[in-house]
Design a protein around this ligand. Sequence first.
Ligand code: FE
Length: 207
Amino acid sequence: MGGIAGLRSFVQDITKLVGTSANDEAAIRQYGGEMLSKLVSADDWLPESFAQPGPASYRQYLLWCDPQERFSVVSFVWGPGQTTPVHDHTVWGLVGMLRGAEIGVGYEIRGDGKSMVKTTEETLTPGAVCAVSPTIGDIHTVSNALADRVSISIHVYGANIGAIARHTYDANTSRQKDFVSGYSNDSVPNLFDRSEEVRAAIGVASK
Ligand code: FE
């Protein structure tokens, strides 16, 4: 299955998963992680307009939001040297590496006024998946690991992540700031134009 059909099928699978496992975050992380790993194991489906880096900072393109806002799917695009602030999510999240490489650094708060401590550091390469959540460690930074190329990862979150009130942090003082990320795009890709496959199935010439 190539092209946008891979993303459509992923969205359908995650929709089923959040329906059957709404109260089982560990199951969502496990099975959703396997689904995401499959999605990012092929790099032939992300439309070009959702793979464009920004000149000054990373971009986050909404690819799909569940109509009930139970989950969202976002492409994160890093230009060379670009990085996120230290931030949290407040909901479960899965990160799957599609193209290039990125470095995720986990942080823990030690107390107000104290500097935060780095807990984990992981480099993701294409096909790899990792998770964040308030239940397993929710605060991190993500950076492009490559100095000369764009890196792209596909993220799935347990909410409409761009519209969630969450936080950035000052790593030196643990001080929190309110943060609502929003999205870089105004329209989402069309996952549902299946007309060509239906034409082929009934023997009608393609447009
Ligand atoms: Fe994050």
